[in-house]
Design a protein around this ligand. Structure first.
Ligand code: ZN
Length: 502
């Protein structure tokens, strides 16, 4: 059975994005043929279908290109990690223990040492970095792997957002100095920001996690956060400056120019397919999937409209159009199926998220034109057949700009200020979104919010980015000068963004 004949998707979307966001999301993912749920007895696993995997491949290509331009090399490490390797990490962190899946037998034999299925690869990559780094001439060293990891969480499955196995990339680097490692950390965060803004048409907030919520063992965890339409925040990618703690635990040392042994500074950074979940959730609507042209498997679908007497002329015109666009590097699909009428085809390609539909009927043939329809808002534009390749590029760019603008408008409207605990609770309770408030830096104050409304501090802006920072002289927001923590009233040291999360 071919993808387009899948009976599932004939039904259309029945759930409402606004009123049943979770059910709607699950329906879009399945009916747009992005993913299926795993076999019975394997809850938490999904099968990524070709249309879903194509999104991941485009994201991967963009990010991988940026990595390679900035000194990263790809490598691949085993998916199993000996227990003794994970134990070494316990010098610095509690670890992932409850979420780790273990292999204890192979065939009929019990293993001498059980093997963890990697929940992340610090504990197997760092011992090799230790072997490979001898002198300052070996630094910096940057390895990345594209792989899957497994975290056996017993939570409800949500394709791309919450699955026991998920695809990601994890980068691991070692450097001579703190300054270089910190520069690496922010370079990767910039690249994650670029994935969202330049590929997924989503603005993000960037900053640090509070100290009590950083990656175990890290000195600093930085994050990009994306707002979902239900008012919850998604952690879109994290980049960690690990200080020297991992290097000390795994003996990553180097001889400096004076032949003195020094401890390296390390980083790690990861972005998972949760970014696809955020993409689908952000742009799609009650008609189905909406995709930016940057990642769409088909950027353009051509739907010919014919009667018996015009069929040949229309199909000739449409085929030539498809060939021209294909030659110009546009990902184009000509839907010339006899068995379906144009209305059915419109609905189907809307469900599947094709950014622009080109309609070609006898009028277009006679006038030397093409009718273009934008997926996000149905805007219809007449294009001249002459020079259509250029014009189509313009329409695709316009669709991207529309999606970005809509997401940006939503985000801007969902950041609200609060000066008291009651106001934080009330604002998140009523509107969702982000609430920005002065914060003393104590975990206790976050706990007082978390206990009542399951919202937490998702992000603290970097001081230089923070217009509301109490010490920021350049701030034109007088209300935040000399601000006190909204929860406890002690002097604030940072601005905190509270939100509910995925
Ligand atoms: Zn406080």
């Amino acid at each position: 059975m071919s993808e387009t004949d899948d009976p599932e998707q004939d039904l259309g979307i029945t759930e409402s994005k606004e009123y049943a966001t979770g059910d709607w999301y699950a329906e879009v993912v399945q009916k747009a043929n992005l993913a299926s749920y795993g076999p019975d007895g394997m809850s938490g696993f999904i099968v990524t279908r070709p249309r879903g995997y194509a999104l991941w491949e485009r994201l991967e290509a963009h990010l991988d290109g940026m990595f390679k331009q900035t000194g990263v090399q790809n490598a691949y490490f085993p998916m199993f990690i000996p227990e003794s390797y994970l134990e070494r990490e316990k010098e610095i962190v509690e670890g992932f223990d409850p979420e780790v899946a273990w292999v204890e037998t192979a065939g009929t034999e019990e293993l001498d040492e059980r093997l963890a299925v990697r929940p992340t690869s610090e504990s197997i990559i760092n011992p090799y970095l230790s072997q490979w780094v001898r002198s300052h001439r070996d630094l910096p060293i940057r390895v990345n792997q594209w792989c899957s990891v497994v975290r056996w969480e017993a939570t409800e499955t949500k394709p791309f957002f919450r699955t026991k196995e998920f695809l990601w990339q994890e980068g691991h680097t070692a450097h001579e100095t703190e300054a270089e490692a910190w520069d690496e950390t922010t370079t990767r965060l910039d690249q994650y920001e670029s994935v969202y803004e330049d590929v997924l048409a989503m603005p993000v907030l960037r900053g640090q996690k509070p100290d009590h919520d950083k990656f175990p063992g890290a000195d600093t965890t930085t994050t990009v956060e994306a707002l979902m339409p239900d008012g919850k925040s998604v952690q879109g990618g994290t980049s960690h400056y690990l200080g020297t703690s991992f290097a000390e635990a795994f003996d990553i040392t180097y001889a400096d120019e004076d032949e003195t042994e020094q401890t390296a500074h390390t980083t790690s950074w990861g972005l998972s397919w949760r970014s696809l979940g955020a993409l689908i959730m952000t742009h799609s609507d009650d008609q189905g999937l909406v995709l930016p042209p940057t990642v769409a498997p088909e950027q353009i679908v051509i739907v010919p409209i014919w009667q018996a007497d015009t069929k040949e002329a229309v199909l000739d015109y449409a085929s030539e159009l498809a060939a021209d666009l294909d030659d110009a590097g546009v990902r184009v699909e000509l839907d010339d199926r006899d068995s379906r009428n144009p209305g059915f085809k419109y609905n189907e390609w809307e469900l599947k998220g094709v950014p622009v539909r080109l309609e070609v009927g006898p009028n277009e043939v006679d006038d030397g034109e093409v009718t273009a329809v934008h997926r996000p808002d149905g805007e219809t534009v007449t294009l001249d057949r002459e020079g259509v390749n250029e014009a189509v590029r313009g329409e695709l760019d316009e669709v991207y700009a529309k999606l970005y603008a809509a997401a940006e408008e939503t985000l801007d409207g969902e950041i609200r200020d609060a000066d008291s605990r009651a106001e934080i609770l009330g604002t998140i309770g009523q509107h969702g979104g982000y609430v920005r408030a002065p914060w003393c830096g104590e975990e206790d104050c976050e706990a007082k919010i978390k206990d009542q409304i399951a919202a937490e501090i998702v992000m603290v802006p970097f001081p230089e980015d923070d217009d509301h920072h109490p010490d920021n002289e350049a701030s034109d927001d007088e209300a935040s000068d000399d601000a006190d923590c909204a929860v406890c009233g002690e002097p604030a040291v940072r601005t905190a963004y509270y939100a509910k999360t995925y």
